[in-house]
Write a protein that binds this ligand. Structure first.
Ligand SMILES: [Zn+2]
Length: 156
């Protein structure tokens, strides 16, 4: 038993969302949905939001939101948001260490030999930042994999 919605996104044609309640699964035909990355349209429907719906049985949104709660979706969605914030912070940290190392390399190339110890430190820091970013990324992927049991690739 599927519930279907048409949702107006950025493309001229509305996207098609299909929801099955048991087990809970939701697909979307937007580009992100078709790539099986998590899209805002499916998250909105699971939250019971009417935003963007141009066709479909809106009365069933509450039932869908209840099923999403039963499947632990709100907690998983929050966990995913936190993991994404940690990932962005780790990537930013890595970028900063990479920039510091590049600066050290330029100064050495310009003949500033005192910078060599700084270069070594910068290299260590970049190695540590890469380890952190990798660990945080794997953690994000683990949580995302759980989310993708509910948010399936777009098909109608
Ligand atoms: Zn979508």
């Amino acid at each position: 038993m599927e519930v279907r919605f048409l949702v107006q996104g950025s493309a001229p044609e509305p996207y098609q969302i299909s929801v099955s309640l048991s087990p809970l699964m939701i697909s979307c035909t937007c580009p992100a949905g078709m790539n099986n990355t998590i899209c805002k349209h499916r998250r909105a429907i699971l939250a019971g939001e009417e935003t963007g719906i141009v066709d479909g049985d809106r009365k069933r949104l509450r039932e869908i939101a209840r099923a999403a709660e039963g499947a632990g979706w709100p907690a998983l969605d929050a966990e995913l948001g936190e993991a994404k914030a940690r990932l962005l912070a780790a990537e930013k940290g890595y970028d900063l260490t990479a920039r510091a190392l590049r600066d050290a390399h330029y100064r050495i190339a310009e003949g500033d030999l005192k910078t060599e110890r700084l270069e070594e430190k910068a290299r260590d820091k970049m190695g540590a930042a890469l380890e952190t970013a990798t660990r945080v990324y794997l953690e994000y992927q683990r949580i995302e994999a759980k989310a993708k049991r509910i948010l399936v690739a777009g098909s109608y």
